[in-house]
Design a protein around this ligand. Structure first.
Ligand SMILES: O=C(O)CCC(=O)C(=O)O
Length: 313
């Protein structure tokens, strides 16, 4: 259903959001106007993403002109152009709601030993961890989940649910939190290194990619302008971060790539790449665009955990 926003409410929303009002202040006001949470998030993000375009839209209506469709930009949000001769412009900062806990330092003591932070990138927010799982744990997870795998699917952006799609050609087994003593131990460890509480994690997805299999570039967060994705917010809110654990090395190819910044992370058994892309106001970072590059030789095994704003049932 199309959203009907009065000029007065649109003007109020614009001035509040431009003034830095958090989502929680906006939501109850628009809820009283009859908007549901997804609609409020879309409006909030529309103002944040393009405040001038949003203002131009309701100003046209106030002046008695026909409204124009408001399209959210889905490409790269670029930093302002720097003066000639200046160094490359830095991207504006983005503060994810789920950064790794600063207090842990570079070596995080866990039940099996130390998980080490190999590098951390600010934007997109990416952390590479070493020694998240021991080699024996990687092998045990593959043995436990591997036989249950089926062809992977993606979210159906129009209708909701999931569909088989050539963009994701791996095989996948979805493992509930706490499904076995091994998975429960992995749940604890993931929460410890990422700082995201266990109940906010979606099921662990154990995946195998054969030669040629890939996961083409995508965002893990839900795109609220696509109806089939927006409905998924009702289960635990937006996705905030992802952890991809490598369960084996790959002979060639199969890197996790971040095309906007030219980063390719090569799979190493037991290490993991973590990326966080949603802030405290539910704004999402398009720079977190990433992919699983095609495997060129050997096979690739990973376990991915997607994490939410709130508990995931
Ligand atoms: O296969 C990879 O390296 C990346 C997996 C991925 O993009 C995901 O699970 O969201």
């Amino acid at each position: 259903m199309a959203m009907q926003l009065s000029v007065q409410v649109a003007a109020w929303l614009h001035s509040e959001v431009v003034g830095g009002a958090p989502f929680d202040r906006i939501q109850p006001v628009l809820a009283r106007q009859g908007f549901n949470e997804i609609q409020v998030r879309r409006l909030y993000n529309a103002v944040l993403t393009d405040p001038d375009g949003f203002k131009a839209g309701f100003s046209r209506v106030a002046a008695g002109q026909a409204p124009v469709a408001h399209k959210l930009p889905d490409g790269l949000v670029r930093a302002p152009v720097a003066p000639e001769g200046a160094a490359e412009p830095r991207l504006p900062p983005f503060h994810p709601v789920a950064p790794i806990p600063a207090a842990s330092g570079h070596a995080i003591a866990c039940d099996h030993g130390e998980v080490r932070v190999a590098f951390r990138l600010e934007r997109p927010y990416v952390v590479l961890f070493d020694n998240v799982l021991t080699h024996a744990e990687c092998d045990a997870l593959v043995a436990e989940a591997g036989p249950r795998r089926k062809r992977a699917s993606v979210v159906d952006s129009e209708r909701g649910g999931s569909v088989i799609d050539e963009r994701r050609t791996s095989e996948l087994a979805s493992i509930q939190r706490g499904a076995s003593p091994l998975v429960a131990r992995i749940d604890e460890r993931i929460a410890r290194i990422t700082g995201v509480p266990i109940p906010r994690g979606e099921p662990l997805q154990v995946m195998r990619y054969g030669v040629g299999a890939e996961y083409q570039p995508h965002h893990d967060y839900f795109h609220l302008d696509q109806p089939g994705q927006a409905v998924l917010l009702s289960l635990g809110g937006q996705r905030v971060s992802s952890l991809v654990i490598y369960l084996d090395a790959v002979e060639a190819g199969g890197e996790t790539t971040f095309p906007h910044i030219g980063l390719a992370v090569a799979p190493r058994k037991g290490s993991a790449v973590y990326f966080a892309y949603t802030d405290a106001q539910s704004r999402t970072d398009p720079m977190s665009f990433h992919a699983g590059a095609p495997v060129r030789a050997g096979e690739k095994w990973i376990a991915t955990r997607w994490m939410r704003e709130r508990d995931y049932p």
